[in-house]
Design a protein around this ligand. Sequence first.
Ligand code: NAD
Length: 258
Amino acid sequence: MTRLAGKVSLITGAASGIGRSSAILFASEGAIVIVNDLETEKGNETVRDIREAGGQAVFIQGDVTNPADMSRLAEEAVAQFGRIDVLFNNAGISGVGALHELEPDTWDRITAVNIKGVYLPSKYVLPHMMRARKGSVINMSSCVAEIGLARRASYAATKGAVLALSKSMQVDYAPYNIRVNALLPGTILTPFVERYLKSSYEDHEAAVASLMSRQLGGELGRPEDVALAALFLASDDSKFMMGSPLYIDGGVVFGKNA
Ligand code: NAD
């Protein structure tokens, strides 16, 4: 279990869901994990679970939309561990509603967390990777970047932006031996999706059935499914993947049930 032996890996939004699962998996593969999140208590829980399993992790609180927080996050990580080998820009929030229903403040918040929240950690971490002339950046997009889905326009716009951003970032940083790839998950059962189901449907079972009907395999994804894909992109196993989208979506984008 040493696919990330000694690799210093910073994961944003690692107090919950996919980020938390990835932090635990990366640490079990030998990474030193920097857990970032807004939520201090839950972030510390991720760190405690990693340490109890014999892994190495620290928590650094910070808001991915705040330049001062993200600058401090990168500086503290490098001061403690000397470098950052992997940056997983995972933090994100959902946005539900057709555009005419969406308040301008909600639009601003979704775009800030999901797009600026990829730009800012990258801005402050990349100079360290450039100096080291190595690194892997993983940006969290979504299969919604590729397909139209009812009442998700703002969220889809942000995830499409992240996909486009990843490709251009790759061109800029390839000369520094830095790889930049994007993850495109389908529906993954995390607190994020649970919140969406509660706010959008009265009947929980009908809601889950409706989500499942989109899946070719009839199952929703688990955070671990995405964490395994992130592990691949973080590790040297994916050294020939550059600027690529990686789909973990149960067939939603490329398959059709009917
Ligand atoms: P989650 O809500 O379980 O976890 C997201 C974490 O991000 C939370 O711990 C939250 O506190 C943190 N966060 C939110 N805003 C932040 C900020 N401003 N600064 C720092 N941390 C912040 O969600 P999840 O399902 O694990 O989603 C993780 C990522 O995966 C998101 O970018 C999401 O858009 C993406 N994604 C999720 C799904 C899915 O079906 N769950 C599908 C495709 C993509």
